[in-house]
Design a protein around this ligand. Sequence first.
Ligand SMILES: [Zn+2]
Length: 224
Amino acid sequence: MSELNLILLGPPGAGKGTQADRLRTDFDLPYYATGDILRAAVKQESDLGREARGYMDRGDLVPDELIGKVVVDRIDSDEARDGFVLDGFPRTVGQAEQLSRALEGLDRRLTATLLIEVPDEVVIRRLSGRRVCRDNGHTYHVELDPPKNEGFCDQDGSSLVQREDDKPETVEHRLEVFHEQTSPLVDLYEEEGLLRRFDGTRAPNEVNGHIRATLATLRLEEQL
Ligand SMILES: [Zn+2]
């Protein structure tokens, strides 16, 4: 079986988490979301984890290069032998170059970068309608998935609140940051012929179907 070395790109609210979960079960691939990997490295007290912790303890951002090393360390492991799904890395062109050099060094290469596209206004509607219950974090959507009693959780009766991250002005800012950071990566992977676009306004099942079909084609092409 050929490897599936994948990067997931998409704005907040595009359903990347859902698609990543499906890829993970469909193809048995490990999923590396940058924040999670970093936390895991710190917890395991690996050398890189200790280095990262130093920055965190001082309240500094962990440098791109170090994040890259933590990611590469995971990719170069048994669990990622048949591939991986990266989310949140690379975030810059520099990190993308770091990743491709590292893969080259392992005699591997990227299979594809999957971009889940959702127009800004859809993201804003999806996220700003989201409500979370105070006690257990159950999620609802005022239009798409409303609770039976407005403002209260169906499961535990606690009140529903809007997370700071989901307020429209915060969402708009997150989108600006996303576009600024992501468009150079989109250009890069497009030039390299690795970019595959998916319509994230479709139902998650449909998006998953399109992704699977694309990956099946890529694998066939590789065997020719
Ligand atoms: Zn609840």
